[in-house]
Design a protein around this ligand. Structure first.
Ligand code: NAD
Length: 113
């Protein structure tokens, strides 16, 4: 992992933040994607010790142009950005399709390009 540039989507989430910490320890250069919000809150990344050792990007995987931009000059992508709350998926299913399916397609296509 040493010297690889790694993009982690969902780095602001539970698994992504722990993965971020683990890969920093292994010497990776981390670009950590946090879902944009107007409070400028980085979720679980707010409380990690290695915040100064990573680059935090904010944005949205539903935006394919944004995905194309953030995957440039990256060797490895871990895609963990998702909507995970099952009860809310019954209330707002379109947002789950847009984020989990189209967002994943955006990241995969961008990574291939
Ligand atoms: N936690 C578990 O036990 C577990 C088990 C198996 C699989 N998973 C999978 O791992 C992945 C991450 O899970 P988690 O538990 O860390 O969830 P989480 O909710 O803590 O993290 C997901 C992150 O994705 C971000 N996100 C949501 N929509 C986004 C968007 N449009 N653009 C950019 N970022 C966006 C959220 O801000 C959130 O922080 C999910 O796909 C989940 O299904 C989790």
């Amino acid at each position: 992992m040493k010297n690889n540039t790694v993009l982690i989507t969902g780095a602001d989430g539970f698994i992504g933040s722990h993965l971020t910490e683990a890969l920093v320890k292994e010497g990776a250069n981390i670009k950590a994607l946090s879902y944009y919000n107007s409070f400028n809150n980085w979720g679980w990344l707010e409380s990690i010790d290695c915040q100064k050792d990573i680059e935090i990007l904010t944005g949205d995987v539903r935006d394919h142009n944004f995905c194309n931009r953030i995957t440039k000059n990256v060797n490895i992508v871990f895609h963990l950005a998702a909507l995970v709350a099952i009860p809310y998926s019954y209330i707002a299913p379109d947002s789950y399709v847009d984020t989990n399916i189209k967002g994943t397609l955006n990241i995969c296509k961008a990574a291939l390009a």
